[in-house]
Design a protein around this ligand. Structure first.
Ligand SMILES: [Zn+2]
Length: 229
């Protein structure tokens, strides 16, 4: 069996109504990235950061997986190769669509992390700076998401997957955020075939063997259909 590695980014969740820091409307538009998505911002104003992530957590819980998420779950279930999704998204739409092998490199909105002892647990819908850690009982709960300036999760595991990949696909990711932007080069170095699916051509489109341009809910189901042929 071969290995297929699929990187997904904000573009796949955008069609489920979840915005990103690049969007002009929505939750992010009311805040500066340095205030709500950095350790320094959290240290300055934890109440603001908790309110922001509480709103995102509630929004994500109300969102539904779309045709692109569902097609990738079908690919994992029906293709003879081993399919692993590496996602930059902090929502849980891949899992809710039925995907099992999902690495959330930027953490999870549904998770809580103790800033003092490092314990992780399922976040309540709403947290604040008084929320106690169930392990050390101190009030140091933060969202279990990777902020700017922090190291993404699973980097060794992802490097090992890319080194074995026969096919690498990048879906709905701008190619601008490192280290994810380097994945296509690692996959190519390992001899993998590469395909990009995005709303419009990206800064790294020239690095892929094939580029499918359009909304993920159209390109991904069509690509999966072709893969399962
Ligand atoms: Zn703790």
């Amino acid at each position: 069996m071969g290995r297929i590695v699929i990187l997904t980014g904000a573009g796949i969740s955008a069609e489920s109504g979840l915005g990103t820091f690049r969007d002009e409307g929505g939750l992010w538009a009311q805040h500066r990235i340095e205030d709500v998505a950095t350790p320094e911002g959290y240290a300055r104003n934890p109440a603001l950061v908790h309110r922001f992530y509480n709103a995102r957590r509630i929004q994500a819980a109300a969102a539904a997986p779309n045709a692109a998420h569902l097609a990738l779950a079908r690919l994992e279930a029906e293709h003879s190769d081993v399919v692993t999704i590496v996602t930059q998204n902090v929502d849980d739409l891949h899992r809710r669509a039925g995907s099992h092998h999902v690495l959330q490199m930027h953490g999870r909105l549904a998770g809580a992390l103790c800033d003092i002892c490092g314990h992780r647990w399922e976040a309540p819908p709403e947290m604040d700076e008084e929320t106690p850690c169930p392990a050390c009982h101190r009030a140091a709960a933060r969202p279990d998401v990777v902020w700017f300036g922090e190291v993404p999760h699973y980097m060794d595991e992802i490097a090992a997957l890319l080194a074995e990949a026969r096919l690498f696909a990048a879906i709905g990711t701008s190619g601008q955020v490192y280290p994810a932007a380097a994945f296509v080069e690692e996959a190519r170095a390992a001899g993998a075939e590469t395909v990009e699916m995005s709303l419009e051509p990206t800064a790294v489109s020239h690095l892929f063997d094939d580029c499918l341009v359009g909304p993920a809910t159209e390109t991904v189901p069509r690509w999966v259909e072709g893969m399962l042929g």
